[in-house]
Ligand binder design. Structure first.
Ligand code: SF4
Length: 284
């Protein structure tokens, strides 16, 4: 049981994405998974390469489309542990429509966003998560847009699991991924994953200085949605830990008639050769 493969990541030395990769691998081992029980589906961007660096099923999809692929996979084979992953540009710009609807649909998958507040693969442009005044080649005078607050957004559209981590705290990130995978429903995990090459503002030191760890906040109640929203707003989203979890809501698969026991991949679908050919012809 080993989730490492022999592909050497071509991320820049020090990139936060290394820790996300290591944390997924550790979490998978700690959860007792076998490589053939895990699928990692990614979008486009530096972070999108992660699906090729883990010894499990993987698919490096198209830009912003990791979630539709991951949801289809889970519906076809609900026995698989499915992790979708990508960057903040992938998930919160081109893929935002999918993110919102996957959250409210509550399919039992885990979504890990490697949030570096910039577009790294295309050499440093302002992303939906970049702060006001953030200067890049695409905003040389500084960004004048309000940065997206992804976790407030997730809570607003009905998320049942909302967490955030920092890639320099591998212990917490690993335990959050474990909890996210075990959660029966959609798990949203945002990870502060610094881009050491292009983002000279949101660095490791900047996060160390600004982030509060909920695990060190006595009395925080992660089952209280209002408290979660307040905490995010009062800290400008700069917190780590499990911010909100609702275990009472059923997952999408548990509610879809016919999918209760097994996904399509394991159903005994009885169809004659003639009917199958007729069905295929409809899509030609
Ligand atoms: Fe990581 Fe930035 Fe390098 Fe991309 S450009 S691999 S995000 S450090």
């Amino acid at each position: 049981k080993d989730f490492r493969n022999n592909v050497k990541p071509n991320w820049c030395p020090g990139c936060g994405d290394f820790s996300v990769q290591a944390s997924i691998q550790r979490a998978a081992v700690n959860l007792g998974l076998e490589p053939e029980q895990l699928a990692v589906i990614s979008g486009i961007g530096c972070s999108g390469r992660i699906s090729g660096y883990i010894n499990a099923y993987g698919l490096h999809g198209v830009h912003g489309r990791a979630l539709p692929i991951a949801q289809g996979l889970k519906m076809a084979n609900r026995e698989l542990t499915v992790i979708a992953s990508g960057g903040d540009g992938d998930g919160f710009a081109i893929g935002m429509g999918h993110t919102v609807h996957a959250i409210r649909r509550n399919i039992d998958i885990t979504y890990i966003v490697m949030d570096n507040q910039i577009y790294g693969l295309t050499k440093g442009q302002t992303s939906p998560r970049s702060g006001e005044g953030f200067k890049t080649k695409s905003t040389p005078s500084g960004s004048i847009e309000t940065p997206l607050a992804p976790l407030e957004m997730a809570l607003a559209v009905g998320a049942t699991f909302v967490a955030q981590a920092f890639s320099s705290n591998v212990k917490q990130l690993t335990s959050i991924i474990e909890a996210a995978v075990q959660h029966k429903g959609f798990s949203m995990v945002n990870v502060f994953s610094p881009c050491v090459t292009f983002n000279k503002v949101n660095t490791y030191d900047w996060f160390r200085e600004h982030v509060t760890d909920l695990d060190e906040t006595p009395g925080y109640d992660s089952s209280n949605r209002m408290a979660a929203m307040s905490k995010l707003m009062e800290t400008s989203g700069l917190i780590t830990g499990i911010i909100y979890q609702d275990t009472s809501r059923k997952s999408y698969e548990d509610l879809v008639p016919g999918f209760k026991a097994e996904g399509l991949a394991n159903q005994d679908i009885k169809i004659s050769k003639e009917d199958f050919e007729k069905l295929v012809a409809e899509f030609k």
